[in-house]
Design a protein around this ligand. Structure first.
Ligand code: ADP
Ligand code: MG
Length: 729
């Protein structure tokens, strides 16, 4: 009998929900561990407080003396909360967050005068030993240093007994080595471009903020069970396992009552989020068994991205207390739904207007239409770049692989807005007659209802859908850092809004058009030239693939192909023009992502080879031996008649041998394919080889293993089965 698996099953199936009591009302504990406005007012001098506020609101610099005062206040606040250490908290391109803890504690050189110390210098800048973070060749060995620098726009927070200071991570030569730096630059670009456009409609607008509300999907697997599966531990997903007889076909999990162990986990998780100021609001079961979702109230994008990164960390830590391993992988189980991270995105003014929300007057609706149509045009112009922003080895399991949404980027806007765009397309060229203006105001722009029907009528197959007052970028992977998608989306919209302003101004200046006439004229042309990206039908159908091809939309089903768009001439020019990333930074990221792809597939190949040869085959042979013994025994008893009684056993013995043979040859061939790929020096070619020549072995090897799982006696199978992983709760 397989002792490890059965011990784990026993452990998992007898667990009780871990007790948990809420410490207080959500509104009372919200942000208690964040150096937020309330804490700053209490612990900072008025000058220091104003310094931070100015930095956040207007990007003003904080000088060293002021930093000293701020650090002092932060330290005092931290000490009242039992904090002992501080860390610069950043997001290197590994996808995880990074931290190195230093104690507040200091002494004099001779060991006297021990005291708690934290100065402006330590707050503002640190030099982590950065040589082990991905840099895509930016940092040569002779200049292996990078530094982290405080980002005052995302407040410091306490996690455990450590004060975490959100920072950017930059090389000494000034290139971004993290996710945050380009994101901040993109947010700045979209602020500038959108504010300029807003001024056509309202001169009071001084700042536009991109907003993000992510929805995090995940799976919970009992720790004891997860520990029996090397594939889950090493790759975050199952590389083999026969599908369970019951999966999600009864649709009995989605929005169903939350299992009590999971519920207690969520309650504690939500409480941790409250302390950290992460405004989580929604929790529910997802489609697949043991799959769940968590969503916050939307926030300013930089903060929302930080909060999602922090959340993923917190989720794993709280999971440990509840004996759950949290799986963020986009496709942890074959045959059941995978996980995504919908990125709900919009733009908001400092005057409190959501720019993607239809308004109450014709003028505010023209403003809405300007932002709405410019976003569509931006996606139309840069669809392949947006696809590249979400390309990872794990997201390839969703995009274009029988899973929502497809690898083709398209925009869904719903029936009502489709009609509005069709009417606007008929606007005359140049100056508009008074009748036409009145008609537009009354019957087109004036008739956009402030609550759009499509708010509820959603096309779930669309990767980028308008949902009433925001766009929902659904193709983002559940394990991704939102920054990659958000940097690209805000960059392309910024560029588009900038061009829009130039075109509208040109019509006003050179053709003497009125402002609204000019806007109508430019929008009309945008509608005409952005039609290819609009699609309302079934995104999973073959017909759409054919149609999309005709329209010239890209359809990159794998990461190595998709990533190329990152270094296209258009992409490099875009990032440079908008001051988001220079060539070196973009190219470095492209290299890093290719390498990451290759490494992921390489690790999966190794782990699968190991499990197949060292777990599956030995188990199969042991079982085959008992069959052989059985047949020999039958022969002893029945003599030549044994064939009659041992027929089934002998078929099984043969089948097992065939699968063992299959595994051995395929694993060997896969290893050879890896060696060939490893010999390449070009990152693009290597990733392509891993994709085209290594990855295909996974399915074949898995098939043999999964067949053996069905043949071999359940008691001797060592790997925890799908039904156990998915239905133990
Ligand atoms: P659902 O999609 O479940 O019907 P909602 O439409 O209310 O729920 O919102 C889904 C997500 O969209 C939430 O995370 C929410 O915070 C976010 N969201 C709502 N409005 C905006 C906005 N203006 N900008 C960004 N995100 C938003
Ligand atoms: Mg959603």
């Amino acid at each position: 009998m397989s002792t490890l698996r059965f011990q784990a099953l026993k452990e998992a199936s007898t667990r009780k929900p871990v007790k948990f009591e809420e410490a207080g009302r959500k509104s009372e504990i919200f942000g208690a561990n964040v150096f937020n406005d309330k804490a700053m007012r209490q612990f900072l001098t008025p000058d220091a407080y104003k310094g931070v506020k100015d930095a956040v609101q207007h990007g003003t610099k904080i000088d060293r003396k002021l930093a000293d005062y701020i650090a002092m206040g932060m330290k005092e606040w931290s000490l009242t909360k039992g904090v002992t250490h501080y860390t610069h908290w950043f997001q290197p391109l590994t996808g995880a967050t990074a931290e190195k803890h230093d104690a507040f504690f200091e002494t004099s050189y001779d060991g006297s005068d021990p005291l708690e110390k934290f100065g402006g210098g330590q707050l503002v800048q640190q030099e982590p030993d950065a040589s082990s973070f991905p840099n895509g060749g930016i940092r040569n060995t002779f200049e292996a240093r990078g530094y982290t620098a405080w980002d005052p726009t995302s407040p410091a927070f306490i996690f455990g007994t450590t004060l975490c200071i959100p920072t950017v991570f930059i090389s000494y030569t000034g290139e971004a080595l993290d996710y945050k730096t380009p994101l901040l630059r993109a947010l700045n670009a979209v602020d500038e471009a959108a504010t300029d456009v807003c001024r056509y409609f309202d001169k009071n607008v001084k700042k536009v903020t991109a907003t993000l509300g992510w929805e995090q999907e995940y799976f919970l697997v009992d720790t004891a069970l997860a520990n029996t599966r090397p594939d889950i531990l090493m790759t975050g997903r199952t590389l083999l396992g026969h599908t369970s007889a019951k999966g999600q076909q009864l649709d009995d999990h989605y929005f169903g009552s939350i299992p009590s162990r999971a519920l207690n986990y969520m309650r504690e998780l939500e409480q941790e989020c409250m302390y950290l100021g992460i405004p989580v609001k929604t929790r529910h079961n997802e489609v697949a068994p043991n799959q769940f979702e968590l969503a916050p109230i939307f926030e300013e994008t930089n903060l929302a991205v930080d909060h999602n990164s922090l959340l993923m960390d917190v989720m794993q830590k709280v999971g440990e207390r509840h004996d759950f391993k949290v799986l963020f992988h986009e496709k942890p189980f074959k045959g059941v739904n995978g996980s995504g991270k919908h990125n709900n995105w919009s733009l908001a003014t400092d005057t409190g207007v959501n720019l993607l929300s239809p308004g109450k007057t014709p003028m505010s609706n023209l403003q809405f239409l300007s932002f709405f149509i410019n976003t569509i045009k931006a996606v139309n112009n840069y669809e392949s770049l947006l696809r590249a922003a979400i390309a990872t080895a794990s997201n390839d399991h969703r995009l274009g692989a029988n899973e929502a949404p497809p690898a083709i980027i398209s925009v869904f806007i719903g029936e009502q807005l489709t009609k509005v765009l069709a009417e606007l397309e008929g606007v005359s060229s140049g100056k508009l007659s008074p009748e036409e203006k009145t008609d537009l105001k009354l019957n087109v722009v004036g008739k956009i209802p402030d609550v759009l029907l499509d708010n509820t009528d959603r096309n779930r197959t669309s990767p980028f859908a308008f949902t009433g007052n925001k766009f929902e970028f659904r193709a983002v992977g559940s394990s991704a850092n939102c920054a990659n998608a958000m940097t690209t989306l805000n960059a392309i919209v910024a560029k588009q809004l900038k061009d829009f302003k130039i075109e509208v101004d040109a019509l006003i200046d050179s053709k003497g058009l009125k402002k609204d006439e000019a806007i109508f004229n430019v929008l009309r042309e945008y509608i005409k030239t952005s039609k290819d990206i609009l699609f309302e039908g079934d995104g999973y159908s073959d017909a759409w693939e054919k149609e999309a091809k005709k329209r010239g939309l890209s359809n990159f089903k794998t990461t190595p192909l998709a990533l190329k768009a990152k270094i296209s001439k258009e992409a490099l020019a875009l990032f440079e023009e908008m001051h988001i990333m220079n060539h070196v930074e973009v190219e470095a990221r492209y290299e890093i992502e290719l390498e990451e792809y290759t490494k992921k597939i390489q690790i999966e190949g190794r782990v699968l080879g190991d499990i197949a040869k060292n777990h599956v085959i030995p188990t199969a042979i042991r079982y085959q031996n008992t069959l052989i013994e059985n047949v020999c025994g039958l022969k002893e008893i029945f003599g030549n008649d044994f064939q009659k009684y041992g027929k089934e056993q002998m078929t099984l013995i043969k089948e097992i041998s065939e699968h063992i043979e299959g595994i051995n040859t395929q694993v060997e061939e896969m290893t050879e394919a890896r060696k060939t790929a490893n010999a390449l020096t070009d990152a693009q070619k290597m990733a392509e080889q891993y994709c085209d020549n290594v990855k295909p072995y996974f399915e074949v090897i898995r098939e043999h293993c999964d067949k053996l799982e069905l043949l071999v006696d359940d008691e001797s199978w060592t790997l925890t089965k799908y039904r156990e992983l998915l239905f133990t709760r």
